[in-house]
Ligand binder design. Sequence first.
Ligand SMILES: Nc1nc(=O)c2c([nH]1)NC[C@@H]1CN(c3ccc(C(=O)N[C@@H](CCC(=O)O)C(=O)O)cc3)C=[N+]21
Ligand SMILES: [Mg+2]
Length: 305
Amino acid sequence: MTPTAPAPTAPHLIDGKQTAEDIKVEIAAAVAQLTATGQRAPHLAAILVGHDGGSETYVRNKVLACERVGYDSTLLRFEDDITEADLLAQVAALNEDPAIDGFIVQLPLPKHIDAEKVIEAVRPDKDVDGFHPMNLGRMVAGLPALLPATPSGIVELMARQGIKTSGQHCVVIGRSNIVGTPVSILLAKNLDTANCTVTLCHSRTKNLREICRQADIIVAAIGRPEFVTGDMVKPGAVVIDVGTTRVTDANKKSGFTLKGDVNFAEVAPLASRITPVPGGVGPMTIAMLLLNTLRAATGAVYPKK
Ligand SMILES: Nc1nc(=O)c2c([nH]1)NC[C@@H]1CN(c3ccc(C(=O)N[C@@H](CCC(=O)O)C(=O)O)cc3)C=[N+]21
Ligand SMILES: [Mg+2]
């Protein structure tokens, strides 16, 4: 008898691209309602410093997404020798501009610029990245806040895909300020969409493999391509891959392949559900940025100034 062919992986893929599209349709409807009542469309601005290929792609995707939902968008580009003082002046100008509802400063910034200082300079009510300590603190305290886009995108993606989180053991790998740390906090919250038992692992974690094997849900956010291998995953686990590293690939016209933090070939056959890269968490990040911009524009978190 011939061996059974492996089960097709498509049905258990978590389609972040489609879910993000659904959210954009909802946002577009909200924008149409705003403009029908005589209000102007939400306006998102992005500051991009330098010429990093990944950053250019993400920012371009953000601008395109704005067009899709009917927002106005402004892209401010600067060379990588811009001084910190000049960048801070640009941030101050956007803070004061009443035509701008929210803005982001694309990271990473050049080494001579103190990124923390720039993040703290963004007015919290326009901080649609949710990176300002005011928004992070309000999130930790469970107060209304502009939430960071990738963490809230992960929570929203699991909710919309019917993935059970309540009481589940979620192992987050990576403790960055923009993903690992905030997503571990969100997933532990007493929310219909969260309520996980969370373990936050990082580069100093002992017995990482054993801890990961106890996870019902793994969130991989270490930024190391194919870090999570089959031996780290309990059969039936849900696997959320946050990584998007460009790896040189001579066979590709672009010269690179986008790699997640999960070894997809090994892990997909074990997982009950898994996000692909691309088409998983990345598009959700953009959808949640748009949602934050709508919340900023309508004064849903902070009163409009
Ligand atoms: N101030 C700031 N805010 C950010 O939110 C921010 C940032 N800086 N710096 C870099 C990271 C990374 N990030 C991504 C956004 C979209 C995709 C995305 O759309 N990815 C597509 C593929 C895109 C491609 O083809 O490269 C996908 O996964 O399907 C990925 C990564 C936002 N970040
Ligand atoms: Mg720096």
